[in-house]
Design a protein around this ligand. Structure first.
Ligand code: HAS
Ligand code: CU
Length: 574
């Protein structure tokens, strides 16, 4: 028995599952490379848009914006997700992956897909290369990218599908050996998130493989833009929960432990993940409230579903805060709010995750504003929307990922974090930078400043800032964006220097305590994944069949004039 085991009673993840720890590390490092490059893109944009410093030509703005968006919301988030999900499956089922070569295969597919898409985007900077992909992370028609970009996306998504298969296969084997037992909570979270992902990615896979890729290859002349948009948003809303679910997994299972307590309720956590599986996809049309060609009634249904979808996050706010409070009371905290003071605020992992949760509460409220059909008209396509998603994916998710790295690192590398003080400073800096940037973005959006433009000033037109000035908003965005970039540099530097340190001597406790109210308190039907998947598919069919049918019959499957069916079908049948 090593000293580690003697002190903590449990071996570190890296000692117990060295092969799996290697793949989790590979996924995290890939995600951090994307974070570094994506963050640089963010700094360039923030300074460019606000006109403080222009490193690039405005003509290249969309190349930078695409690089920033794709690397951060596709590569950074999803590579981190596969790392955390692999760790969570292996540790919660307490078994290795079935075949490590298969595991490396999906990782390599994801890496190859990212490289393909990345090359297509970066080529946009070089005039002599006839390739570009300035299509932003929402990449729907009529913007068109080089085929390499779409092929890269397809390869990346296939990689994630195989990753899901890997985890399901582990679970099937575990189930055979543990008949009648409840699915361990972390595994339950991974499996339900993946089922949601399989349903959601059907939309984007169809969009890319049937329409955009053949169109960019010149095999088909045109596409129906509204159809590709709708297929994109079929995926584009649930993908935001795919980013969020690993953060939720960490809030539910790791944050209570860092607070000194235990998860309040395992059954409630299961209900939350089931609700996300059911409701994440039939809401995508809330991104299309202003799209002509979709009847108001369908938009109304999407709005109603979105309002139901607030429920799992509100349940999460309750359960996670209750668990943190329980932790604080274990540490001797008292009173209505004074228990907050005894929490481990010096621990960067705890503080980062708690601040991420706090900001998510604000991001959730701006999401509710977005979701209201009539208020959406006020903020759609304005700077409000980037304000919203920098609080959600840009903080709830990104800050949780960075903060939890400080806790995961020792278990995966046997290295202590080089400086916990820098870690603490870094997570607080993110919070401060984001407060400035996203607040100003929300306010700017309300007065009509558009999103996605290098030149938001529109010469000859002045925005009425209500109180204060547009200059003050721009200043906050520039300062906020710069602080965020410094925070990422400190994070990456801290991680890299940690890896250069010798293996740690002191003990590290990587165990997770069981919930106060365990799975035995919940009905077994919650673990019936086939049932929930069936209902989820049914809800998707109900929400989408009529609008998609109408879009095709009005605009043609392959665009105007092509009719509802591809020409070759008509030739075959006539
Ligand atoms: Fe959103 C647009 C509606 C959540 C991301 N969203 C976007 C876009 C992105 C995005 C990227 O209905 C832009 C896409 C584009 O480029 O056009 N969003 C919502 C709603 C929610 C929501 C209703 N969004 C997210 C999440 C995202 C994300 C999560 C990423 C991860 N969003 C919209 C709509 C649009 C939109 C419209 C279209 C706008 C337009 O017109 O273009 C809800 O899911 C939010 C629910 C959240 C809550 C908060 C609960 C609070 C919690 C905190 C717990 C506290 C802790 C702290 C842990 C109700 C859980 C404990 C610590 C202690 C110390 C005690
Ligand atoms: Cu959405």
């Amino acid at each position: 028995m090593s000293d580690q085991e003697a002190l903590t009673g449990e071996r570190l993840f890296v000692d117990r599952f060295p092969e799996e720890a290697r793949i989790v590390r590979a996924a995290l490092w890939s995600s951090f490379v994307a974070l570094g490059i994506g963050a640089l893109g963010g700094l360039i944009q923030a300074l460019h848009r606000t006109n403080y410093f222009r490193f690039i030509d405005s003509a290249d703005y969309y190349t930078v914006l695409t690089l920033h968006g794709v690397l951060l919301v596709i590569s950074f988030t999803i590579f981190f997700l596969v790392g955390v999900f692999t760790w969570a499956m292996v540790r919660s089922l307490d078994r290795p992956v079935d075949d490590i070569r298969f595991t490396w295969t999906w990782y390599l597919l994801m890496a190859a897909g990212t490289a393909m898409a990345g090359i297509a985007i970066l080529a946009g900077f070089v005039d002599s290369i006839p390739m570009s992909a300035d299509v932003l992370f929402t990449f729907y028609a009529p913007l068109q990218a080089h085929p390499l970009f779409y092929a890269g996306l397809a390869v990346f998504i296939i990689g994630t599908w195989l990753a899901g298969f890997d985890w399901f296969r582990m679970w099937w084997q575990w189930r055979d050996e543990n008949e009648g037992e409840r699915i361990p909570l972390q595994a339950f979270m991974v499996l339900t998130s993946m089922l949601m992902w399989y349903i959601a990615t059907l939309g984007v896979a169809t969009e890319v493989v049937v329409f955009l890729l053949p169109w960019s290859l010149g095999l088909i002349e045109q596409v129906n833009p509204l159809l590709t948009r709708t297929l994109f948003w079929f995926f584009g809303h649930p993908v935001v929960y795919f980013w969020l679910m690993p953060a939720y997994l960490l809030w539910y299972t790791v944050l209570p432990k860092l607070s000194g307590g235990r998860l309040f309720s395992d059954p409630l956590a299961r209900v939350v993940f089931v609700l996300f599986l059911l409701l994440s996809t039939p809401v995508g049309i809330h991104h299309q409230y202003v799209d002509p060609g979709i009847a108001e009634g369908f938009k109304f249904i999407a709005m109603t579903n979105t309002m139901f979808l607030l429920l799992p996050s509100l349940l999460t706010a309750f359960t996670v805060v209750a668990s943190v409070e329980h932790g604080a009371r274990q540490r001797g905290g008292e009173g209505y709010l004074s228990w907050l003071g005894v929490l481990p605020w010096r621990d960067p992992a705890f503080t980062g995750m708690a601040l991420a949760g706090l900001m998510f509460a604000a991001g959730g409220f701006s999401g509710m504003v977005n979701a209201g059909m009539n208020i959406n008209y006020l903020i759609h396509n304005t700077l409000w929307v980037p304000g919203h998603f920098h609080l959600t994916v840009g903080t709830a998710v990104a800050l949780t990922f960075m903060a939890s790295t400080y806790w995961l690192l020792p278990q995966l590398t046997r290295r202590a974090v080089y400086s916990r003080r820098i870690g603490l400073f870094q997570v607080v800096l993110w919070f401060v930078g984001m407060t400035l940037m996203s607040n100003a973005m929300h306010r700017g959006g309300l007065i009509g400043i558009p999103r996605r433009t290098a030149e938001p000033q529109y010469s000859g037109f002045a925005f009425d800032a209500g109180f204060s000035t547009v200059g003050e908003l721009r200043f906050q965005i520039a300062i906020g964006g710069t602080l965020l970039f410094i925070s990422v540099v400190l994070f990456l530097g801290n991680v890299i220097v940690s890896l250069l340190e010798p293996p740690m001597e002191e003990a590290f406790d990587g165990t997770l305590p069981p919930a106060l109210s365990g799975p035995e308190d919940s009905p077994e039907v919650l673990d019936n994944l086939a049932l929930w998947t069936g209902i989820a598919v049914l809800l998707v069919v109900l929400a989408y069949i009529l609008p998609i049918g109408a879009i095709i019959s009005e605009g043609g499957l392959f665009g105007p004039g092509t009719g509802t069916y591809p020409a070759w079908i008509i030739e075959v049948i006539s």
